[in-house]
Design a binder for this molecule. Structure first.
Ligand code: NDP
Length: 520
């Protein structure tokens, strides 16, 4: 296995995608150590335009591969990913500072599944559909609704899951027959570069997938050149991307911030609820869009739940990942995020919250925050209303389920939610009342792994969705095809010249068809 350093230098030898070597440089830091592990070019708007031209030129050949040809490349990539899993994990860990397990379960596990899923279901979701029409004048014609690739797709990704969230969206876009330019976060570009190398090895034609490393300006330039933009990141930047897309009249699919609530009802399995609250608030050091960011617990089980969660969180080991099993909670990937986490904890404490465990920056060379449990919290505090994106769990006591639902919905966000109750029918009824794109009963976040299900946010958490049929159809435009058989009449009844007799005939026909009040 190549070392991370070897891989990084291999990836960076020669600027990626033909970028000029003088394109400026962005240092990539390992957040767990503070070391600079690589530098990547900061591509200019002109370089993005050149990439777009190359991507457009490469697309027709890729489309001509057909579903079978494209699926073969994706299935080879699936095998490549498994063969190179340790190398990919090492790269992810080196640029995010996350634990081995957070990279293994939520990134390798996801992408391994996604390559196979889109290779298998892409053709089904994008298949031509033969339409039977009630329109009498098209009887005998062949009517088809089909999906055609949009052409050049832009994917802009965040830093929290460089494989799942950034690269993962390229897979269905490619399967649909598009060429793709991916702009990974400037903080975590290395995984995307490595995966692009991997896909080339698997037979993906040159320039069908290009990686545009760079800062926000590179992302903004990308929106100006593509036929559709898939964006994952903050609601603030998502709005800018949506505005730019609207100006160009191109579709935009946005997965944005979240503040996912968990509701624990008094009949819940408290031990299970406490385990899920601990895991899904601390996993990936809390830097997950769909997760558990705040908890509402019915009074009768509040004390028991808080005691269990505090005990479990206190036992978590935080620090530099040293391979499998070394720590549970890794680094804070994005430097400004640490300030947000500190600010939310300080704001809560200043307004009367108590810290039951954690609450501070963890010592060490890297960037870490102690796994933290907060109680006596309310909605005047940022930790309950703004996206913290860190290893913190504020828990609030509520008098009943109605209060929990009201507070869960008291948020501009609506990405995910979870409800814990032994009465699954009641749990489901509560889940249906939560304004969120996904709601799990006696579970959390698991819907994200079900690629057959749409995954998208309500309210300020996004527009459109990934996964499911819609997750690939959004990378295509629908085309209506109507084919008239060769033995058709020379002209249709309604054509020129207009004659009173045919007009009356048509009026009678319409009256017969639509005027009999059958449905009423
Ligand atoms: P941003 O939304 O600012 O960045 C996401 C991506 O968009 C990055 O690749 C970024 O590039 C790029 N970008 C920045 N400005 C523009 C622009 N004008 N046009 C097009 N693309 C642009 O998120 P951050 O990384 O700054 O994180 C900020 C907050 O967002 C976090 O604190 C967290 O709360 C939330 N977040 C949510 C995520 C989710 O999964 N929903 C994931 C990550 C963060 P660059 O990184 O180079 O600036």
């Amino acid at each position: 296995m190549a070392t991370v350093e070897q891989q990084v230098s291999e990836t960076q030898n020669g600027a990626p995608n033909g970028a000029a070597p003088d394109a400026g440089a962005i240092p990539v830091e390992n957040p767990a150590t503070g070391e600079i592990v690589a530098t990547v070019p900061d591509l200019s708007a002109e370089q993005v335009a050149e990439m777009a031209a190359r991507g457009r030129a490469a697309q027709p050949e890729w489309e001509a591969y057909g579903f079978d040809g494209r699926a073969r490349v994706l299935l080879r990539a699936q095998k490549w990913l498994m063969d190179n899993a340790e190398r990919v994990i090492a790269t992810i860990v080196s640029e995010t500072g996350k634990t081995f397990e957070d990279a293994e379960f939520a990134e390798i596990g996801y992408a391994g599944n996604a390559f196979g899923f889109w290779a298998k279901y892409g053709p089904e979701y994008l298949a031509d559909e033969r339409i039977k029409s009630s329109q009498v004048l098209v009887k005998g014609k062949k009517i088809i609704s089909r999906y055609r690739p949009l052409g050049l797709i832009g994917v802009i990704g965040p830093w929290n899951y460089p494989l799942t969230n950034s690269f993962g969206d390229c897979i269905p876009a490619l399967m649909a027959g598009n060429s793709v330019i991916l702009k990974p976060s400037e903080i975590t570009p290395l995984t995307s570069l490595l995966l692009a190398d991997g896909l080339r090895e698997c037979g993906l034609p040159e320039n069908v997938l290009q990686i545009a490393t760079g800062r926000g300006g590179t992302g903004a330039a990308l929106v100006e050149h593509v036929d559709m933009i898939m964006f994952t990141g903050s609601t603030k930047t998502g709005r800018k991307v949506a505005e730019a897309a609207a100006r160009r009249l191109i579709p935009a699919s946005l997965e944005l911030g979240g503040k996912d609530p968990m509701i624990v009802l008094s009949d819940a399995d408290v031990e299970r609820a406490a385990n899920f609250a601990t895991y899904y608030s601390m996993q990936n050091a809390g830097q997950t869009c769909i997760s558990i960011e705040r908890v509402y617990v019915e009074e009768p089980v509040y004390d028991e739940f808080v005691a269990k969660v505090s005990e479990k969180v206190r036992e978590l080991r935080v620090g530099k990942p040293e391979g499998p099993g070394s720590v549970e909670v890794g680094a804070i990937t994005f430097p400004p995020q640490l300030e947000t986490i500190k600010d939310h904890v300080a704001d809560a404490v200043q307004k009367g919250a108590r810290v039951l465990t954690g609450g501070n920056v963890a010592p060490g060379a890297g960037r870490f925050f102690e796994p933290t449990v907060l109680v006596d919290v309310d909605h005047t505090m940022k930790c309950m209303t703004e996206e913290t994106f860190g290893p913190t769990l504020p828990i609030m006591k509520v008098s009943d389920a109605d209060e929990a639902v009201r507070l869960a919905n008291d948020s501009p966000y609506g990405l995910g939610a979870s409800v814990f109750s032994r009465d699954t029918a009641r749990g489901e009824a509560i889940a249906r009342r939560v304004e969120a794109g996904a709601a799990n009963v006696n579970d959390a976040m698991i819907n994200y792994t079900v690629l057959e299900l749409p995954m998208g946010g309500a309210k300020a958490s996004g527009l459109g969705s990934r996964h499911g049929a819609g997750g690939i159809r959004k990378y295509a435009s629908q085309q209506a095809i109507v084919v008239t058989p060769k033995l058709a009449m020379k002209k249709e009844l309604f054509m020129y010249p207009y004659k009173s007799r045919t007009s009356k005939l048509l009026a009678g026909l319409f009256k017969f068809m639509y005027g009999r009040g059958k449905r009423a």
